[in-house]
Design a protein around this ligand. Structure first.
Ligand code: ADP
Ligand code: MG
Length: 256
């Protein structure tokens, strides 16, 4: 059974069809890449799956339950989390506070604030801190936890964005160009980190520019172009797909 399936998802902005009847399935425990040229509709699809946009039409199933149109906070509670291509961090807060706030936002008011109002307030807060501290160690931000986020180098801010995506302990993490702007060492570290997510129970949908990274990490790849799915298969199948080479891979392999 697929963890997540989109069925003919379409997202229109006025006269522009950003995502056009895209059907795809993400298997549990998989690293699934979503690639395609700039403007292909990749981020829009993530925005729809994570509840930031309500699709114009189509269905999304999480463990066979329809979830299209649900709010992002509800979806977070159901186990879907995402990072933003353009980081959404609170620049004046510390690294640690960004994670703790992420936990409040992601899990949603109904859940956390009701939890925080109960007598177990302190326990919940302590648990949140423990999760945050564990993640800070994992992504190499522990020693920087009290720094103001805006004073972090860009690469570290990218890591914080990834950590924030994981704070709600998602089943499905949608990563929107996590390696963009990272130097080669940071990109290697990210690769190692993402590779280990499935064994920790996190299935990954990865949008990424860096084709080397995609081909090494992904078990399955879906390619979209002008909002339409043009191919789906293993990295090897995608690399040899004439339509994909024509639309995308042939053009210098630079843009995603
Ligand atoms: P990608 O992530 O593949 O580069 P996007 O999903 O960001 O592509 O964009 C797909 C298309 O949808 C682009 O033409 C973009 O300008 C348009 N688009 C994305 N978001 C919006 C929006 N909120 N309003 C209007 N147009 C949008
Ligand atoms: Mg994008």
């Amino acid at each position: 059974m697929s963890l997540l399936t989109t069925q003919d998802i379409t997202m229109k902005f006025g006269g522009l069809t950003a995502v056009n009847e895209v059907s795809m399935s993400i298997q549990p425990g998989q690293i699934h890449a979503l690639i395609g040229p700039n403007g292909a509709g990749k981020s829009t699809l993530i925005n729809v799956i994570s509840g930031f946009y309500r699709p114009t039409s189509g269905k999304i199933l999480l463990n066979e339950q329809e979830i299209q149109g649900k709010k992002s906070s509800t979806l977070s509670h159901l186990g879907i989390s995402r990072t933003f291509q353009n980081l959404r961090l609170f620049k004046n807060l510390t690294v640690l506070d960004n994670l703790l706030i992420g936990l409040h936002n992601e899990i949603g008011n109904s859940f956390v604030s009701s939890m925080f109002r109960t007598p177990s307030h302190h326990k919940a807060e302590k648990q949140a801190k423990e999760i945050a501290e564990h993640l800070l160690h994992e992504v190499g931000l522990w020693t920087l936890r009290d720094m103001q986020t805006k004073s972090l180098p860009y690469g570290k801010q990218k890591w914080l964005e990834v950590a924030r995506g994981l704070i709600s302990k998602p089943k499905l993490l949608l990563l929107d160009e996590p390696a963009a702007g990272l130097n080669p060492t940071e990109s290697d570290e990210l690769e190692q980190f993402v590779r280990k997510l499935p064994e920790q129970g996190v299935t990954v949908l990865l949008i990424e520019h860096d084709m080397r990274l995609v081909m090494r990490l992904a078990e399955e790849i879906t390619v979209i172009n002008f909002g339409k799915k043009i191919a789906n298969g293993t990295p090897q199948e995608i690399q040899n797909d004439a339509t994909v080479i024509e639309a995308y891979l042939g053009k210098g392999r630079k843009h995603a």
